[in-house]
Design a protein around this ligand. Structure first.
Ligand code: EPU
Length: 436
C-alpha cells in the first residue's frame, strides 16, 4: 500500500490550481443516464472515486470516452444506452457510497433501478432514507431486496409532488440530486422544500437546465422543477473543488510563504475565511471580479488565533474541511472549539493528530483544541479522505518526519497531492509500505 513520508518545516511557495470538483462531478456523471444523447464534462478530476463511478456507468450501459489534459484534469464523454443494465451491484457500491446518485436518473429514464444499499463508512452511518422518501413522494415503488434497493416507476409514470427533504442533520446533498434528476423527467411540478443549497447542487441544476430541464430556486432551500418528457445532450465544465481549494488555503495558512491558488471558488469559502480572519494570515484576492474561479495568494504572516467552528449545511462551515481546520487550530495560541453537526462521529483524525502532539479533548460531537507551539512528526494512519488531508497538513507543519499509511484514502479526493506539494517546495515522497 502507498504511504507518504513528509519532513516538516518547509514553507510553501508557488502556484497550484484547484481541480474540478469531485463532489460535483459524481452526480453530473450520473445525470448522463437521463438522456440518450452524449454528455461531455470538462475538468473532471482524475481520482479513484471518479474512476469507480465511470466503472459503474460502464456497467449501466454507458460508453465512455476520456481525454486527458496536461496537468491532470480530463474531459469525459458519456453516452448512455437506454437499454443498458439498471443494476448497480454491491461490488461497486461498496467501494463508493456516492454510487447512490445513479438511483434517481436510472429510475426516471429507464423506469427501474436496482442499486445496492450503501453501508456505513468511516465517517458515520450515512442512511439513505431521505432519498427514498423523496423518490416515493414522486410515486416510485421502492423495496429492499437482498441488500439492494429496487425502485420502480408506477403505471402512469412519476408525478411531480411537494417534497420535504430535511432530516435530523439538515438536508441531504445527494438526496437532493437524486430527487431533482428524477423530477426533471416526471409529469408535472415538483417542489423540493429543505433542499440542499450546496454549490454542487447549483452546478447540477446548471447542467440539467442546459439539457432542457426546467429548474428554478437551486442554491435556496426551495427548488421547483417542471418536468419535461426528454432531455438533450450537453457540454458542461465542472465547477472548481471548493473543498480542495479550502485544503490549499489551510496549507497556506499553516506553512505558506507565498502560495497562489488559481481556479479557487472564494465565493463558496466564506465560512472558512471568516474563521481565519482574526489570525495573522494574509489572504489576498488577486482578481476580485471572478469570485467563482479566483486567484488568491495565501501567506502565514504570524500567529494563528483560536476559533469556534461549527459544521453546518452550506453556507455554514463545511464538514469536509473540519479535519483540516483542526490541524490548523492545533497550532493556535489558545483554545478552540470544533463542533460537528453533520457527521457527529467524523473524528477519526483526533487520535492521529494527538499522536503528533496536538492537544485535543473530544466530548461527543465537540472537540476542544488547546493550541500547542509545535506538532511533532510521527507514524500515523489515514482513516478517511479528509482525515488524511488533515494529517498531511499536520505533517507539513510538524518538526521532524511524519509517515502516513493508507494514503489511498487521500487519493480518492486529491489528485497527485504529493507531486503538487513537491512542486511548491514541500519535502514529501510517496513510497510502498511493506506490510509486516
Ligand atoms: N442523512 C440522513 N438520511 C439520508 C441522507 C443523509 O439522515 O437519507 C444524513 C447524513 O447521515 C448526514 C446528513 O444527513 O448526517 C448529510 O448527509 P448528505 O446526504 O448531505 O451527505 P451525502 O450527500 O451522502 C455529500 C458529500 C460528502 C459531504 C456531505 C455533506 C458527495 C459525493 N459527498 O455526501 O462529501 O460530507 O455531502 O456535505 O457529494 C467528502 O467529500 O469527503 C464527503 C464525505
Amino acid at each position: 500500500m502507498d504511504a507518504f513520508r513528509i519532513i516538516g518545516g518547509c514553507r510553501l511557495s508557488g502556484t497550484v490550481r484547484a481541480s474540478g470538483s469531485k463532489n460535483a462531478s459524481l452526480p453530473l456523471i450520473a445525470a448522463a443516464l437521463l438522456t440518450d444523447r452524449p454528455v461531455t464534462l470538462a475538468d473532471v478530476p482524475d481520482l479513484s472515486d471518479i474512476r469507480n463511478m465511470l466503472n459503474l456507468m460502464g456497467e449501466l450501459g454507458c460508453s465512455i470516452g476520456k481525454q486527458a489534459h496536461e496537468g491532470g484534469s480530463t474531459t469525459i464523454e458519456l453516452h448512455a444506452d437506454p437499454d443498458g443494465s439498471s443494476h448497480a451491484p454491491y461490488d461497486i457500491v461498496k467501494t463508493m457510497r456516492a454510487s447512490i446518485c445513479v438511483l434517481g436518473p436510472l429510475l426516471a429514464r429507464r423506469g427501474f433501478a436496482r442499486v445496492s444499499m450503501p453501508g456505513g463508512c468511516a465517517i458515520g452511518d450515512r442512511p439513505v432514507d431521505i432519498h427514498l422518501r423523496g423518490l416515493r413522494a414522486l410515486g416510485a415503488e421502492i423495496e429492499l431486496d437482498q441488500g439492494d434497493i429496487t425502485a420502480r416507476v408506477p403505471r402512469g409514470g412519476l408525478r411531480g409532488a411537494t417534497i420535504f427533504l430535511g432530516g435530523p442533520f439538515g438536508s441531504t446533498v445527494l438526496g437532493t440530486a437524486n430527487v431533482m434528476c428524477a423530477a426533471a423527467l416526471a409529469d408535472g411540478t415538483t417542489v423540493i422544500e429543505s433542499a440542499a443549497c450546496e454549490p454542487e447542487i447549483v452546478d447540477l441544476a446548471h447542467m440539467l437546465r442546459a439539457m432542457g430541464a426546467h429548474i428554478t430556486g437551486d442554491g435556496s432551500p426551495r427548488i421547483t422543477i417542471h418536468g419535461v418528457s426528454s432531455l438533450n445532450g450537453v457540454s458542461h465544465t465542472v465547477m472548481p473543488d471548493r473543498i480542495e481549494a479550502g485544503t490549499w488555503i489551510c496549507a497556506g495558512a499553516m506553512v505558506g510563504d507565498d502560495l497562489t491558488i488559481t481556479n479557487c471558488p472564494m465565493d463558496s469559502l466564506l465560512a472558512l475565511t471568516s474563521v481565519l480572519e482574526p489570525s495573522d494570515i494574509s489572504i489576498e484576492l488577486l482578481d476580485p471580479t471572478s469570485p467563482q474561479r479566483s486567484t488568491v495568494r495565501v501567506r502565514r504572516a504570524g500567529t494563528i488565533r483560536p476559533a469556534v467552528v461549527t459544521t453546518q449545511p452550506y453556507p455554514g462551515f463545511p464538514t469536509d474541511i473540519q479535519a483540516q481546520v483542526m490541524a490548523l487550530l492545533a497550532l493556535a495560541d489558545g483554545n478552540s472549539i470544533i463542533t460537528e453537526r453533520i457527521f457527529p462521529d467524523r473524528f477519526l483524525h483526533v487520535a492521529e493528530l494527538s499522536r503528533m502532539g496536538a492537544t485535543l479533548n473530544r466530548q461527543g460531537p465537540m472537540v476542544v483544541v488547546s493550541g500547542v507551539k509545535a506538532l511533532h512528526g510521527a507514524p500515523v494512519m489515514a482513516s478517511d479522505l479528509r482525515a488524511s488531508a488533515s494529517l498531511v497538513l499536520a505533517g507539513l507543519a510538524a518538526t521532524g518526519t511524519t509517515t502516513i499509511s493508507r494514503v489511498y484514502h487521500l487519493d480518492r479526493g486529491y489528485e497527485r497531492m504529493d507531486e503538487r506539494l513537491q512542486s511548491l517546495g514541500a519535502d514529501i515522497e510517496r513510497f510502498k509500505e511493506v506490510r509486516k
